[in-house]
Design a protein around this ligand. Structure first.
Ligand SMILES: C[S@@+](CC[C@H](N)C(=O)[O-])C[C@H]1O[C@@H](n2cnc3c(N)ncnc32)[C@H](O)[C@@H]1O
Length: 274
């Protein structure tokens, strides 16, 4: 009898079977949280909301989710993503010019989780750290979607890091709002470091890499560097360095509607609407 193969969820590696149990468990916890928070955002059924809240509590609440994410960031699991951002800025000569001018780049790290990702670069990077749930005094507890927008140019940032956060935002419309806000918070020519699980752009029926870049370009960003993990080789993270070159433009109709871009089995439903 043919055995039906189980569908691989978006945040789960095909190679988990060969990894340690705790690595598999970590991915399971993160994935379950994403699914529950997404369902909670989209349902209006009170009974279902209670069930979802109970399930979140049973998983250990936001603390358990963040703990699992912290383990995911640890060096044996590949480390945090900040080293790509710093490496790219160094390659572009940005670091050199801040150091030479004895100035500091103002960086907003959204979804910081840990307080010290940029600690080794503190001579030229000044970080403001925010997260929905703070687990350290230097991380401000703040939802980026509710953060007051800069009221004067001095409040705008030279750079923003959004690493594995956009995929946590529950709805396609809110993901779009998140991207608009990134533009509003950045200075002109400011840097945006964006990280997503690679399946969001290589394995979704509603989002391809080109579609994602079109969205970002429409919202005023120019692509500067890119590294997309190869799922076949077990590499599941995608990194982009972008630069703000304008305010958001009016989106063409195809970026405002949920449209199937890729058809086939084993695809996920990750989508962004602007
Ligand atoms: C998977 S962790 C990523 C942590 C870290 N940036 C990394 O790259 O490993 C996602 C983090 O983003 C935070 N987060 C999600 N949505 C957010 C929002 N709207 N505003 C601020 N933080 C958010 C979560 O609380 C969580 O700590």
């Amino acid at each position: 009898m043919a055995i039906k193969k189980k569908k691989t969820p978006i945040t789960k590696s095909k190679k988990t079977a060969s990894k340690s149990i705790s690595s598999k468990k970590t991915k399971e916890i993160i994935n379950n949280f994403h699914q529950l928070l997404k369902r909670r955002k989209t349902t209006t059924n009170e009974v279902e909301i209670k069930d979802i809240d109970r399930a979140i509590d049973e998983l250990g609440g936001m603390e358990a989710y963040q703990h699992a994410s912290t383990i995911g960031q640890s060096t044996p699991r590949g480390g945090d993503s900040s080293h790509y951002f710093v490496k790219w800025l160094a390659e572009l000569g940005v670091k050199k010019s801040y150091v030479a001018d004895k100035e500091k780049m103002s960086l907003l790290e959204i979804g910081a989780l840990l307080p010290d990702n940029y600690h080794s670069e503190r001579s030229w990077i000044e970080t403001e750290l925010i997260d929905l749930k703070s687990n350290h005094p230097s991380i401000k507890e703040q939802d980026f979607l509710q953060r007051p927008l800069p009221s004067k140019p001095d409040d705008e940032k030279d750079a923003i890091s959004s690493s594995l956060v956009l995929n946590f935002v529950p709805t396609p419309q809110e993901r779009g709002q998140f991207l608009y806000r990134l533009n509003s918070v950045l200075k002109m020519n400011g840097w945006l470091f964006m990280v997503l699980p690679a399946p969001c752009v290589v394995n979704s029926r509603y989002l391809t890499r080109n579609h994602f870049i079109s969205i970002l370009e429409t919202l005023g960003f120019k692509l500067v560097k890119e590294k997309i993990g190869d799922l076949q080789k077990g590499s599941r993270i995608a990194y982009w360095l972008l630069q703000k070159t304008s305010k958001p433009n009016k989106p063409p109709i195809e970026l405002t509607k949920k449209t199937v871009l890729v058809d086939g089995p084993k695809l996920n439903n990750f989508c962004i609407l602007i």
